[in-house]
Design a binder for this molecule. Structure first.
Ligand code: BT5
Length: 331
């Protein structure tokens, strides 16, 4: 059993114990590891913020936890999902997307989920950086292997946007909006960014990595000053903190359901679900793509293009770029 699995099992046993204390011997027997291994993992749990008392002849007792994501209870909460989600936890890596792609290249199966406490080189689009402080947010990447042509892969960005919006609304009661192509906003401020990356040949997709960064309990001081757009976290927007695990469970469950819908019915229901979280149809926006121009938003095409009517009356399909409303919808 790997160290992280032993740690997760120890935590689970301590959390489940109705007597409060679990003896070192019981932990060794339950996990089939040595006392030294148990002690080492208890020390590691303490280092990441768990308060675990050790009382001679009684054992270990968990008295306080940080906002932790627990593998065992996460798996239980996802047990009835269509996909067999397989979470893989890491403390600190450059990027969950890069690591998930590495796993996928080595044959990692659909449903592999990489989750990090922090990222040292979190990736945005076009080589941009995603600020990823430890312990407060969700940094998560999923491996999917859809049977679709490469040109359809952008549809999955809209699928994950809807999953994030639904999860945020369900767990926090806040009213998120989606922004084309890959942002989730609350009151006009960016609370989540999505980065989907694909490996494909002409005939088909090998895998798609769905990367999601959701600012959960991040404080104002943790944001850099030079952000492209105003940003927020769920905690800043609501004035209270939220458990990351509940958000992750909701996110994966919505993703599971939407992916099933996508596989059975195609992009149409995903596009209309996305449009229901989008508040710029009929609004004037500025598009920064190959060129910069203004126009009125018509909606989203099934391939993920944003449909915009230019001032000269021509309709434009915008496939990549950034948009912002011309008048004050966003701060
Ligand atoms: C995105 O790019 O919004 C995609 C972000 C995807 C991050 C996730 S985290 C898990 C997975 N693993 C990765 O390595 N990445 C994914 P883009 O639209 O290019 O926006 C990037 C811009 O957002 C930056 O240039 C900053 O201005 C701003 N930004 C950076 N960190 C932010 C944060 N935590 N919250 C809000 N805005 C941020």
């Amino acid at each position: 059993m790997a160290g992280s699995e032993t740690r997760s099992e120890i935590l689970h046993l301590l959390q489940q114990s109705d007597r409060g204390y679990v003896s070192g011997g019981e932990l060794c027997r339950a996990l089939g590891v040595s006392r030294a291994a148990v002690w080492k993992q208890i020390e590691q749990l303490r280092q990441v913020g768990y308060v675990i008392e050790a009382v001679p002849s009684r054992g270990y007792c968990l008295t306080s936890s940080p906002d932790h994501i627990d593998r065992v209870t996460l798996k239980q909460a996802l047990a009835d999902c269509r996909l067999d989600w397989d979470p893989c936890f890491v403390e600190n890596i450059p990027s969950t997307n890069a690591y998930a792609a590495e796993l996928a290249e080595k044959g990692g199966r659909e449903g592999t989920v990489v989750l990090a406490e922090q990222q040292s080189a979190g990736k945005g689009r076009l080589g941009r950086h995603w600020t990823s402080p430890p312990g407060v947010n969700l940094y998560v990447s999923m491996v999917l292997r859809p049977s679709i042509p490469p040109r359809d892969a952008p549809q999955l960005t809209f699928l994950s946007s809807v999953a994030v919006a639904r999860a945020v609304k369900e767990v926090t009661g806040l009213e998120p909006k989606v922004k084309w192509p890959n942002d989730i906003l609350i009151a006009g401020k960016k609370v989540a960014g999505l980065l989907n990356e694909m490996s494909a040949e002409t005939e088909g997709v090998h895998h798609v990595i769905l990367g999601i960064g959701l600012n959960v309990n991040m404080t104002q001081e943790q944001f850099p000053e030079d952000l492209r757009y105003p940003a927020t976290s769920l905690a800043l927007a609501a004035g209270r903190s939220f458990p990351r695990q509940a958000l992750l469970v909701a996110l994966l469950r919505h993703l599971d359901a939407l992916y099933g819908l996508y596989q059975h019915e195609g992009a149409a229901p995903i596009v209309s679900a996305w449009e229901s979280w989008f508040d710029l149809v009929g609004e004037r926006i500025e598009v920064a793509s190959d060129e910069t121009f203004q126009g009125t938003v018509l909606g989203l095409a099934e391939d993920g293009a944003l449909l915009v009517r230019r001032d000269n009356g021509c309709s434009e399909r915008v496939l990549a770029g950034d948009v912002r409303p011309v008048v004050g919808r966003y701060p």
